[in-house]
Design a protein around this ligand. Sequence first.
Ligand SMILES: Cc1ncc(COP(=O)(O)O)c(C=O)c1O
Length: 439
Amino acid sequence: MQDPAQRFAASRAWHERASRVLAGGVSSQFRAFGVFHPMHYVRAEGARIWDADGNELLDYTLAQGPCILGQSHPELVARVQRAVARAQLFAGQHEEEVLLAEALQRLIPCAERVRFASSGSEAAQACIRLARAVTGRQRILKFDGHYHGWLDSVAFNVAPPGNAAGDAPVPWCAGVAESAAADVVCLPWNDLDAVRQVMARQGAEIAAIITEPVMCNQGCIEPVPGFLQGLREICDAHGAALIFDEIITGFRLGLGGAQAHYGVTPDLALFGKALGSGFPLAAIVGRQRWMAPLEAGAAYHAGTMNGNNACVAAGLATVELLAREEGAALRHIAAMGARLRDGLAVLGVRHGLKLRVQGPGPMFNMAFSALPRATEFRHVAADDRASYQAFCRGMLLEGVRLIERGLWYVSAAHTEDDIAITLAAADRVLGRIAAGDPP
Ligand SMILES: Cc1ncc(COP(=O)(O)O)c(C=O)c1O
């Protein structure tokens, strides 16, 4: 195993140069949390990515989720190239935009109407605006540990320190508008009683409950049985909108999203990441009643780049490729993900390490924790992050690229051999950690 300083020397040099011009050396805060330092890359294909030093890495970050088909899928690339050869952006409607919207309407239960956007963060804002416009109420209820983009209205209790239900919302970072806190109520996830109690007191002020249907960003925690259905019933009883943030669950749990998977239909939902396979495409979808302010021109959502040719073509290619052979690619992703997830759990037992590996499979989370199952953020907050960092360092030196907060994404391009290579690498790295010699 080579010295990381030599192995990633070019990446490090690029990072130092980038830091003199890009703020923090990166274009998104999540890229600043590199295992050794933020890495620089030159090429990616299928499940593999090559860094500036020429290291070939098996990739489970998939660009933080979007590359569900793997990178540079030839049919997707060709389709995008054809679209861009016609024009980049019409600032008007076009055929492929309508075709993609029709596909989403067919596939996603709540998608009676669709509006395209360019990022998940702004799609979340649009959903919240719609909920406020329809209900005439201001406040939203969100859950601890859930991330709905970087903008102020939802930048609370993303990773709250030692939170308790009913505590004042904790801003995500410096600079978040203090005034925004007044419009947010934050609660632990998977706790219907807590939601019922708050709604009984404040339901008349709450425009929407927004939730990731699986708490992907922290612990990859699935809803306990009845939780999503319970939220549906509470929203119906109080006249609030139920918003599903399907930015990660979208397409990983099926082309109908988590709402089809769990059989609970929200009023509004946002899709992104995998929808555009790495191109900046997001969608706001919803029941006609909740999308009506857009149709009536009463509430605005806009964006110069929305519906641009390259992104829409990427979206159409993604949907078509995932739907092919009755969803063969999605079945493959689920099977590979489950094999990897279960294999990692077995390795933890074999090495006598307390590992928690949980999640549906197409995405899952791995953590060093004595708690065999997490159901809400407080469980995740107690994870041993230093050991996971060591694991990520060891895996990177083994040629496997992971997300440092424990989330794993599997793509259609990952093969059985890739899973075997990854498990063999994990076996070696966990062996070192178990022996008290962490990388
Ligand atoms: C669940 C969830 N919602 C919203 C967002 C924001 O999406 P974007 O980064 O496209 O703005 C993310 C991004 O990671 C996410 O994971």
